[in-house]
Write a protein that binds this ligand. Sequence first.
Ligand code: SAM
Length: 219
Amino acid sequence: MNKPFGNDDRKLAAYVASVYVPEDHVLREIRERSTRAGLPDIQLAALDARHLEVLARAVAARKAVEIGTLGGYSGVAILRGMGPDGVLDTIDIDAKHAEIARESFRQAGLAKQARVHVGAAAQVLPRLAGRGPFDLCFIDADKEGYPDYLRWAAENLRIGGLVVLDNAFLFGRLPKRPAGEHAAAIAAMQATHDLLAHGGHFRSTVLPTGEGLAVGVKI
Ligand SMILES: C[S@@+](CC[C@H](N)C(=O)[O-])C[C@H]1O[C@@H](n2cnc3c(N)ncnc32)[C@H](O)[C@@H]1O
């Protein structure tokens, strides 16, 4: 490794944020309103939301699925990358999160393009399959579900479509042997990386963001 993986340099991060301005007033309002409503502060970092918007633009996405809506922060980023005829199906198990997200899509002027589904992703995803093939699938929910969500993406993305997975470093636990209270999540994330790297469906990489953003293009 002749270059470090990731770059933990706050000055560099501040410089990039000041030049690219990844969080505008709409995204800031979503983040702040979500916090006021008591949602956990676990939405994407602003620059990661911009990554998502740029990735959606790069594949000219028109149909996307998101697993893990929260307050709609990342969903707005995806929709911004899809243009006026893009449609996002986004899933959250928590009805309160879905309600906040619906308001976020309204505030962002994107309500007509966002379908918010309440339920466990494992139950909702099979119902969405008929609307595919999709151009982009963003996975950002329960880590134990990642291998199944990735398999769903492999089946329901078009060739050239993207799967994007947040928290690919699993908060620093990824390289550990599965054990203890996080054993199931560690095993699931390791299985996800194996599938992404060697499953035969994707050509993939991991972008060295703070959380690790895994990206695969369907081949
Ligand atoms: C990290 S947050 C999503 C953040 C969001 N993508 C963003 O950046 O704005 C994870 C979300 O997944 C939802 N979730 C957890 N388990 C789920 C499941 N089995 N099915 C669907 N949603 C789930 C949680 O309720 C939570 O809102």
